[in-house]
Design a protein around this ligand. Structure first.
Ligand code: SF4
Length: 466
C-alpha cells in the first residue's frame, strides 16, 4: 500500500534565514510517506526558486541544490503517485505563474472530482502542464483570485468545489497558506521554534528540526503563517463531520508521530493489547512482521505475558517502489525483503502480528517463508479489521476484486494462508485503541461508509489512478 505524499511548510521571522535546510530535514522525517520524488520551493522576497526530482530526498538533494533555494519562507513535498503517473512533470511543489506573481503548491491527498473540475477548466481555456490534482487546484485558485484578489476567500471558494482529501501548503509569492480539508482525512500539524513557524503532515518533522508540536491544523482551517499565525475556519467545515483516516494510526504514520492529538505509538500498543484480548492463544513467542507491526506485537506480548521475539529481519534498502509485475516475482520480492532467523523459529509455535492484510499475497508468501524456516505453527493476528472496500482518498491499496477480505470469509482466508488461527482486530476495538468515535474516523475501506461523495464513474476514476 502506498500513501500519497508528505508535506512541509516553514516561515521564519528572521528574513535572512533560508528555510530550505529545515524543510529538507522535515522531508527526510516524512520519507516513509513517499519515495518516488521530492521537491522544495522557497521565496526570498523577490522570487520563488524550486528544485525537485525523482527519488529519495537524499538522492534529489545530493549536490548542493539546497544552497540555491534562498528565502525565509518555503514548502516541500515527498511524493507517491496516485493521480498522475510517476514522472518528473508531476513532481511537486507544482509551480506556475499567478495573477500577481508566482504560486507553488504541495498537496497530500486525492481529489475525487478532479477529472470533472479539470475538464471544466479545459473547456474554459486553461492549459495544463501536468496530470496532477495540484495543478487543478492551482488553476481553480487562479480563477477565484482574479475575482477577489483575496487568497483566503479564494481558497474557501475552491474548497467548496473540491471533493476528497487534501492537506495543502501554498506559497503565493512571499506568503505561506496552509489548508486542511473540512473532513480532515489527511493529517497536518502545526509546530513552532524561536520565530520558526512550521506545518507538516506528521509531527516527527518538527522533532528533527527541534520545533515544538503546538496543535493539529483543524479540519476546514486555513492558516496564513507570517509574523503571527492567522487562522480562518471555512464555513463548510461547520456542517461537515470529521473523518480522520484510521489507516494513518494503523500503518502509515510513524509510531513517533502525534496525529490529531493521539500518540501513534500508544495506539499501536493498544492494538496489540486488544488483539490479545480478542484472540488469546497459547504459543512460544510473539513476533512482528517488521517494521510496521513491531509496536502492536510488543503490545500483544505485554498483554499476554508471552515473550517478544524477532523471527524475520527486514532488508531496509529495498524501496517501496520495488513493484513486481508477476506473482512469482512478487513472492521473490518478499524473500528479498524479509529473511527468517531459523534458530529463532525452528519447532516454535508463534503469534505473528501484522498491521493489515490487503490482497493476502504478501502474507501468504511470508507464512511460507516462516514454514520453510521450520516454524511449527503460526497464529496470525492482524491489527486492522478486514479491508473490504477500496480507498478513494489517496491510499493506493487495491480494487475491490483484489481485496482478499472482500471476497472471502475469515475462515477461508485462514485456510488459504495455511495458518493455525487467524484473528482480525474488530472495528469496535480499533475505535477504542485510537480513542476516537466512529463519527470522527474515516473507516470507508472497512465498512464501505465513506465521508464524502464517491466518484461518479468509478471505472474511469480507477483507470486514471496509478
Ligand atoms: S478509506 Fe480507508 S485508507 Fe482511505 S482514507 Fe478512509 S480509512 Fe483511510
Amino acid at each position: 500500500m502506498r500513501d500519497k505524499c508528505g508535506i512541509v511548510g516553514i516561515y521564519s521571522s528572521d528574513q535572512s534565514r533560508d528555510v530550505a535546510t529545515p524543510i529538507y530535514y522535515g522531508l527526510f522525517a516524512l520519507q516513509h510517506r513517499g519515495q518516488e520524488a521530492a521537491g522544495i520551493s522557497a521565496h526570498n522576497g523577490k522570487e520563488i526558486s524550486t528544485y525537485k526530482g525523482m527519488g529519495l530526498v537524499c538522492d534529489v538533494f545530493n549536490n548542493g541544490e539546497i544552497e540555491g533555494l534562498e528565502g525565509n519562507v518555503g514548502i516541500g513535498h515527498v511524493r507517491y503517485s496516485t493521480t498522475g503517473k510517476s514522472k518528473l512533470k508531476n513532481t511537486q511543489p507544482f509551480t506556475s505563474e499567478f495573477q500577481d506573481g508566482r504560486i507553488a503548491i504541495a498537496h497530500n491527498g486525492d481529489i475525487i472530482n478532479s477529472m470533472e473540475l479539470r475538464q471544466d477548466l479545459v473547456d474554459k481555456g486553461h492549459e495544463f502542464k501536468s496530470t496532477t490534482d495540484s495543478e487543478v487546484i492551482s488553476h481553480m485558485l487562479s480563477s477565484e483570485y482574479a475575482k477577489s484578489m483575496n487568497m483566503i476567500k479564494s481558497i474557501e471558494n475552491v474548497a467548496e468545489k473540491l471533493i476528497g482529501s487534501y492537506s495543502l501548503v501554498v506559497l503565493l509569492n512571499h506568503e505561506l497558506y496552509v489548508v486542511r480539508d473540512p473532513v480532515g482525512i489527511k493529517p497536518m500539524a502545526l509546530g513552532e521554534k524561536n520565530g520558526l513557524k512550521m506545518v507538516a503532515s506528521e509531527s516527527v518533522a518538527f522533532d528533527v528540526v527541534g520545533a515544538d508540536y503546538i496543535r493539529d491544523v483543524e479540519p476546514g482551517e486555513i492558516l496564513l503563517l507570517n509574523e503571527k499565525i492567522y487562522s480562518h475556519k471555512m464555513k463548510i467545515a461547520e456542517s461537515t463531520p470529521r473523518a480522520h483516516c484510521m489507516f494513518e494510526y494503523v500503518y502509515f504514520a510513524r509510531p513517533d508521530s502525534i496525529l490529531d492529538g493521539k500518540n501513534v505509538y500508544n495506539v499501536r500498543l493498544n492494538i496489540g493489547r486488544e488483539l490479545h484480548r480478542e484472540f488469546p492463544v497459547d504459543a512460544d513467542v510473539v513476533m512482528p512482521v517488521p517494521d510496521s507491526a513491531i509496536t502492536a506485537a510488543i503490545g500483544y506480548s505485554r498483554a499476554s505475558g508471552l515473550p517478544y521475539g524477532e523471527g524475520l529481519i527486514k532488508n531496509r534498502y529495498i524501496g517501496r517502489t520495488f513493484i513486481m509485475p508477476t506473482q512469482e516475482e512478487r513472492e521473490m520480492s518478499v524473500k528479498l525483503k524479509m529473511n527468517p532467523i531459523k534458530s529463532e523459529l525452528e519447532g516454535k509455535s508463534i503469534v505473528l502480528v501484522d498491521d493489515s492484510i490487503v490482497r493476502g499475497t504478501t502474507s501468504k508468501a511470508l507464512i511460507d517463508v516462516l514454514k520453510e524456516a521450520g516454524v511449527k505453527e503460526v497464529h496470525l493476528r492482524v491489527g486492522c479489521p478486514p479491508i473490504i472496500s477500496p480507498c478513494y482518498y489517496g491510499i493506493a491499496m487495491a480494487s475491490k476484486k483484489e481485496l482478499v477480505a472482500a471476497n472471502n470469509s475469515v475462515k477461508e482466508i485462514r485456510k488459504s494462508l495455511g495458518v493455525a488461527s487467524l484473528g482480525y482486530l474488530s472495528i469496535d476495538s480499533l475505535k477504542k485503541c485510537i480513542g476516537l468515535d466512529e463519527e470522527k474516523l474515516c473507516m470507508g475501506c472497512l465498512n464501505g461508509k465513506y465521508p464524502t461523495e464517491l466518484p461518479k464513474n468509478l471505472k474511469e476514476y480507477e483507470s486514471c489512478r496509478c
